[in-house]
Design a protein around this ligand. Structure first.
Ligand code: APR
Length: 170
Protein backbone atom coordinates (compact mmCIF):
# COMPACT_ATOMS: atom_id res chain seq x y z
CA UNK A 1 0.00 0.00 0.00
CA UNK A 2 1.46 3.37 -0.93
CA UNK A 3 1.29 6.58 1.04
CA UNK A 4 -0.39 9.62 -0.49
CA UNK A 5 1.16 13.01 0.29
CA UNK A 6 -1.28 15.91 0.24
CA UNK A 7 -0.87 19.66 0.83
CA UNK A 8 -3.34 21.99 2.52
CA UNK A 9 -3.01 25.71 3.29
CA UNK A 10 -4.50 26.41 6.69
CA UNK A 11 -4.38 26.01 10.46
CA UNK A 12 -3.29 22.53 11.58
CA UNK A 13 -5.50 22.80 14.69
CA UNK A 14 -8.56 22.79 12.45
CA UNK A 15 -7.59 19.62 10.61
CA UNK A 16 -9.30 16.28 11.12
CA UNK A 17 -6.78 13.42 11.08
CA UNK A 18 -5.87 10.45 13.24
CA UNK A 19 -2.72 12.26 14.35
CA UNK A 20 -1.62 15.89 14.28
CA UNK A 21 2.12 16.58 14.57
CA UNK A 22 3.16 19.36 16.94
CA UNK A 23 6.31 21.42 16.34
CA UNK A 24 7.26 21.24 20.00
CA UNK A 25 10.35 22.05 22.01
CA UNK A 26 12.25 19.70 24.29
CA UNK A 27 10.40 20.82 27.39
CA UNK A 28 7.08 19.53 25.97
CA UNK A 29 5.47 22.24 28.10
CA UNK A 30 4.16 24.45 25.29
CA UNK A 31 5.31 27.53 23.45
CA UNK A 32 4.22 29.70 20.55
CA UNK A 33 3.41 28.96 16.90
CA UNK A 34 2.01 25.49 16.24
CA UNK A 35 2.81 24.46 19.83
CA UNK A 36 0.80 27.32 21.28
CA UNK A 37 -2.11 26.75 18.92
CA UNK A 38 -2.29 23.00 19.61
CA UNK A 39 -2.30 23.46 23.39
CA UNK A 40 -4.74 26.38 23.17
CA UNK A 41 -7.29 24.55 21.04
CA UNK A 42 -6.52 21.06 22.34
CA UNK A 43 -6.98 22.01 25.96
CA UNK A 44 -5.31 21.04 29.24
CA UNK A 45 -5.48 17.26 28.73
CA UNK A 46 -2.56 17.49 26.28
CA UNK A 47 -0.34 19.39 28.69
CA UNK A 48 -1.29 17.01 31.50
CA UNK A 49 0.01 14.08 29.45
CA UNK A 50 3.11 16.03 28.45
CA UNK A 51 3.85 16.69 32.12
CA UNK A 52 3.40 12.97 32.85
CA UNK A 53 5.92 12.16 30.09
CA UNK A 54 8.39 14.63 31.62
CA UNK A 55 7.86 12.99 35.03
CA UNK A 56 8.54 9.53 33.59
CA UNK A 57 10.27 8.65 30.33
CA UNK A 58 11.54 12.08 29.41
CA UNK A 59 12.90 13.53 32.63
CA UNK A 60 15.43 15.61 30.71
CA UNK A 61 12.98 16.56 27.97
CA UNK A 62 12.32 15.13 24.50
CA UNK A 63 15.55 15.18 22.47
CA UNK A 64 15.66 16.93 19.10
CA UNK A 65 14.56 14.62 16.30
CA UNK A 66 12.47 12.37 18.54
CA UNK A 67 8.68 12.04 18.69
CA UNK A 68 6.14 11.06 21.34
CA UNK A 69 2.32 10.82 21.31
CA UNK A 70 -0.30 12.17 23.67
CA UNK A 71 -4.06 12.55 23.54
CA UNK A 72 -5.33 15.19 21.11
CA UNK A 73 -7.72 16.57 23.76
CA UNK A 74 -10.41 18.71 22.11
CA UNK A 75 -8.77 18.65 18.67
CA UNK A 76 -10.43 16.71 15.82
CA UNK A 77 -7.84 13.93 16.05
CA UNK A 78 -7.06 10.94 18.21
CA UNK A 79 -3.45 11.82 18.98
CA UNK A 80 -0.97 14.64 18.92
CA UNK A 81 2.53 13.50 18.01
CA UNK A 82 5.00 15.95 19.53
CA UNK A 83 8.36 16.22 17.79
CA UNK A 84 11.27 18.58 18.41
CA UNK A 85 12.77 20.10 15.30
CA UNK A 86 16.37 21.33 15.06
CA UNK A 87 17.12 25.04 15.22
CA UNK A 88 18.60 26.21 11.89
CA UNK A 89 22.38 26.60 11.95
CA UNK A 90 24.47 28.09 9.12
CA UNK A 91 27.60 26.41 10.46
CA UNK A 92 26.31 22.93 11.29
CA UNK A 93 24.26 20.68 9.00
CA UNK A 94 21.35 19.47 11.14
CA UNK A 95 19.34 18.07 8.20
CA UNK A 96 19.43 14.55 9.60
CA UNK A 97 17.67 15.76 12.75
CA UNK A 98 14.89 17.38 10.71
CA UNK A 99 14.54 14.19 8.67
CA UNK A 100 14.39 12.24 11.94
CA UNK A 101 11.40 14.32 13.12
CA UNK A 102 9.43 13.04 10.13
CA UNK A 103 10.71 9.46 10.32
CA UNK A 104 10.11 9.20 14.06
CA UNK A 105 6.63 10.76 13.79
CA UNK A 106 5.71 8.14 11.16
CA UNK A 107 7.14 5.38 13.38
CA UNK A 108 5.01 6.55 16.30
CA UNK A 109 1.99 6.84 13.99
CA UNK A 110 2.53 3.22 12.91
CA UNK A 111 2.78 2.11 16.55
CA UNK A 112 -0.56 3.82 17.21
CA UNK A 113 -2.23 2.50 14.06
CA UNK A 114 -2.83 6.01 12.74
CA UNK A 115 -3.83 6.02 9.06
CA UNK A 116 -3.83 9.78 8.45
CA UNK A 117 -1.29 12.23 9.84
CA UNK A 118 -0.97 16.00 9.47
CA UNK A 119 2.43 17.72 9.66
CA UNK A 120 3.22 21.42 9.98
CA UNK A 121 6.38 22.78 8.35
CA UNK A 122 8.59 21.77 11.26
CA UNK A 123 11.45 24.12 12.26
CA UNK A 124 10.50 26.82 9.71
CA UNK A 125 9.16 29.33 12.24
CA UNK A 126 10.86 30.18 15.51
CA UNK A 127 13.62 27.70 14.61
CA UNK A 128 14.32 29.66 11.41
CA UNK A 129 14.92 26.76 8.99
CA UNK A 130 14.72 28.03 5.37
CA UNK A 131 11.34 26.96 3.99
CA UNK A 132 12.53 25.51 0.67
CA UNK A 133 15.13 23.32 2.33
CA UNK A 134 12.69 22.18 5.02
CA UNK A 135 10.17 21.27 2.31
CA UNK A 136 12.84 19.25 0.47
CA UNK A 137 13.80 17.33 3.60
CA UNK A 138 10.19 16.77 4.69
CA UNK A 139 8.94 15.47 1.33
CA UNK A 140 12.04 13.35 0.63
CA UNK A 141 11.95 11.77 4.09
CA UNK A 142 8.24 10.89 3.86
CA UNK A 143 8.76 9.47 0.37
CA UNK A 144 11.62 7.28 1.61
CA UNK A 145 10.08 6.05 4.88
CA UNK A 146 8.13 2.80 4.77
CA UNK A 147 4.92 3.29 6.76
CA UNK A 148 1.37 1.99 7.03
CA UNK A 149 0.12 5.59 7.11
CA UNK A 150 -2.15 6.11 4.09
CA UNK A 151 -2.21 9.91 3.98
CA UNK A 152 0.52 12.31 5.02
CA UNK A 153 -0.92 15.84 4.88
CA UNK A 154 1.35 18.87 5.10
CA UNK A 155 -0.65 21.76 6.53
CA UNK A 156 1.03 25.01 5.47
CA UNK A 157 0.15 28.22 7.26
CA UNK A 158 0.65 30.60 4.35
CA UNK A 159 0.98 30.76 0.55
CA UNK A 160 4.79 30.97 0.63
CA UNK A 161 5.04 27.73 2.59
CA UNK A 162 2.42 26.03 0.42
CA UNK A 163 4.27 27.04 -2.77
CA UNK A 164 7.57 25.74 -1.36
CA UNK A 165 6.06 22.32 -0.61
CA UNK A 166 4.14 22.22 -3.91
CA UNK A 167 7.41 22.84 -5.77
CA UNK A 168 8.90 19.77 -4.05
CA UNK A 169 5.95 17.51 -4.75
CA UNK A 170 5.83 18.24 -8.47
N1 APR B 1 -1.02 25.69 11.70
C1 APR B 1 -0.10 25.35 10.77
N2 APR B 1 1.12 25.91 10.69
C2 APR B 1 1.41 26.87 11.60
C3 APR B 1 0.51 27.29 12.61
C4 APR B 1 -0.76 26.65 12.63
N3 APR B 1 -1.70 26.97 13.54
N4 APR B 1 1.12 28.25 13.36
C5 APR B 1 2.34 28.44 12.84
N5 APR B 1 2.53 27.62 11.78
C6 APR B 1 3.70 27.48 10.91
C7 APR B 1 4.71 28.59 10.95
O1 APR B 1 4.35 29.62 10.05
C8 APR B 1 5.97 27.85 10.50
O2 APR B 1 6.02 27.79 9.09
O3 APR B 1 4.40 26.32 11.38
C9 APR B 1 5.78 26.43 11.03
C10 APR B 1 6.62 26.09 12.27
O4 APR B 1 6.71 27.23 13.08
P1 APR B 1 6.78 27.14 14.70
O5 APR B 1 5.45 26.79 15.23
O6 APR B 1 7.45 28.40 15.15
O7 APR B 1 7.72 25.88 15.01
P2 APR B 1 9.30 25.72 14.91
O8 APR B 1 9.90 26.64 13.91
O9 APR B 1 9.49 24.25 14.77
O10 APR B 1 9.80 26.22 16.35
C11 APR B 1 9.47 25.44 17.48
O11 APR B 1 8.58 27.35 18.56
O12 APR B 1 6.44 27.56 19.27
C12 APR B 1 7.71 27.26 19.69
O13 APR B 1 7.39 25.76 21.52
C13 APR B 1 7.82 25.84 20.17
O14 APR B 1 10.01 26.19 21.03
C14 APR B 1 9.29 25.60 19.97
C15 APR B 1 9.57 26.34 18.67
Amino acid sequence: MSTTITLVQGDITRQRADALVNAANSSLLGGGGVDGAIHRRGGPAILAECRALRASRYGKGLPTGRAVATTAGDLDARWVIHTVGPVWSASEDRSELLASCHRESLRVADELGARTIAFPAISTGVYRWPMDDAARIAVETVRNTPTAVEEVRFVLFDERAHAAFAARLG
